[in-house]
Design a protein around this ligand. Sequence first.
Ligand SMILES: Cc1cc2nc3c(=O)[nH]c(=O)nc-3n(C[C@H](O)[C@H](O)[C@H](O)COP(=O)(O)OP(=O)(O)OC[C@H]3O[C@@H](n4cnc5c(N)ncnc54)[C@H](O)[C@@H]3O)c2cc1C
Length: 231
Amino acid sequence: MIAMNKMNWILEVDLENRQAIIEPGVVNLMLTQVVQDQGYHYAPAPSSQQACSIGGNIAENSGGPHTLKYGVTTNHILGMEVVLPSGEIIEFGGPIEEALGYDLRGLMIGSEGTFGIVTKAIVRLTRNPQAYYTMLGVFETIDDATSAVSNIIADGIVPAALEMMDNFVIRAVEEAFSWGLPTDAGAVLIVELDGVEAGMLDEADQIIRILEAHHTREVRTAKDDEDRKKL
Ligand SMILES: Cc1cc2nc3c(=O)[nH]c(=O)nc-3n(C[C@H](O)[C@H](O)[C@H](O)COP(=O)(O)OP(=O)(O)OC[C@H]3O[C@@H](n4cnc5c(N)ncnc54)[C@H](O)[C@@H]3O)c2cc1C
């Protein structure tokens, strides 16, 4: 058993090049907390981000609610230092994108620790969006909610988040957290736009029209950051 949780130092933050060098035991959310006041975050954020480590994220190629727009871990790890089972220490990838040769960095990501132990990683930092627009559509049926998803994508809109919960999950979440989700709904669809403020309301209107065309019975929108976190 090798525990990596004490290798939890953020070794270098290079905002100019939008990257950081970290040890694998750094907790996912901690990395974002360290850079967020300077306008950056670490994009792949699994729902377990308060507890999971970047080393574990690399091993699992983790995503999160914003994967649709921002991709998964492999899109945000530029390079890494790895200790092979032989004890040899090697580097895959590096600070420069699209290095020549085989993408052994990509091979490591998602390999569940079977090829070696990651002891250092160069991660990409992402600019915080200027604005968000978060909404929740309530549907009688899963079919309506999933058709709305297809329609949003077909219209060329790429929301930052597009997540559906069916009735079983809605009731389980309500039982655990009492967030006011409609427990009689067949499905709810959480849609979040992010990016520059200009034009965002038009895109949100376009999405609301799509949700309505697919018989949403209600669209809830987040009025502030607190609302947004709840949704
Ligand atoms: C409540 C919850 C919500 C989740 N939500 C999401 C989600 O929204 N999206 C998503 O994609 N995933 C999600 N997950 C899964 C999540 O991505 C993984 O559980 C997480 O990435 C594992 O990280 P960890 O630090 O817990 O690793 P561990 O569970 O400790 O380890 C996971 C694997 O990684 C290997 N490993 C750990 N560190 C290293 C290292 N340094 N080098 C090599 N191998 C290593 C371990 O050997 C093990 O095989 C969720 C999990 C939970 C529990």
